[in-house]
Write a protein that binds this ligand. Structure first.
Ligand code: F6R
Length: 244
């Protein structure tokens, strides 16, 4: 794992977007798995700009949404898929055949997980995974205590996730379960970027980068990834002992 520090959110987002754009240029059928949420929002915007301005062919890109709130339709503005649809799918006119999202309204969620795992396996695994980090150290909806070998699964949401997750919704939203790609996929991904910005993420970044590796704090497994990259701005890196 390597830590990369940037002066601010814009620089961090620009780096992440450039890395992905270059990777798609080098491998047009890149398998990209991305989180939604506030952190990757600017990366998504900049990725669209870079792909379009540089005439990079993304017609064969294979795009996987990392997770979804169980029970929410893609039309809900706080849903993960709404984020992907508005920030990537529509601006890039990605085809349905190149996009993979959990149907969080399905009455057969285990089958949604199987379909996702099969689709990832059929494409030879994930090339690039771009994730954020929750205030409890979660990645996707891999909540504290999740085994590191797990693939796609339905998760009972941690109380912190239910509380912090309210920020995506205009009015109070009962959040109970999530469906998510697993930590096993993260460890198997060829390259992982974990992004964090702002002072509120400083303590979770310290635990991620300098804490013990434990299932109690899922993001700590980044330390086990040989091609794992933690991208942070000054504020998120403020508590790190080893400042580079
Ligand atoms: C969302 C997701 C979550 C977020 C995390 C950080 O798709 O996978 O794990 O990445 O909760 O959220 P933000 O970026 O809003 O702070």
């Amino acid at each position: 794992m390597k830590t990369h520090r940037f002066k601010n959110y814009e620089a961090l987002s620009d780096f992440a977007a450039a890395e992905i754009a270059i990777a798609i240029k080098e491998k047009p059928s890149l398998v990209l798995c991305m989180a939604s949420g506030h952190t990757p929002a600017r990366t998504a915007e900049l990725l669209v700009t870079k792909l379009q301005q540089n005439n990079i062919d993304y017609s064969r890109l294979q795009f996987f949404g990392l997770d979804e709130w169980v029970g929410l339709p893609p039309t809900n503005e706080g849903s993960c898929q709404y984020f992907f649809n508005t920030r990537l799918v529509k601006p890039l006119s990605l085809q349905a055949s190149q996009c993979f999202f959990f149907d969080a309204l399905s009455n057969n969620l285990p089958n949604e997980c199987k379909k996702m795992d099969d689709a990832i396996a059929a494409r030879g695994g994930i090339d690039i995974m771009l994730v954020g980090i929750g205030m409890n150290g979660h990645i996707g909806f891999n909540e504290p205590g999740t085994p590191t070998t797990i693939t796609s699964h339905v998760a009972a949401l941690d109380d912190i996730t239910k509380e912090v997750g309210q920020k995506y919704f205009a009015s109070p939203m009962p959040l109970d379960k999530g469906i998510t790609i697993g930590l096993g996929h993260l460890l198997g991904a060829k390259k992982v970027f974990l992004l964090a910005n702002g002072s509120k993420k400083a303590s979770v970044i310290k635990q991620t980068v300098e804490g013990v590796i434990t299932e109690k704090f899922p993001a700590s497994i980044m330390q086990r990834h040989a091609n794992g990259h933690v991208l942070i701005d000054e504020e998120a890196g403020a508590l790190l002992t080893h400042r580079k």
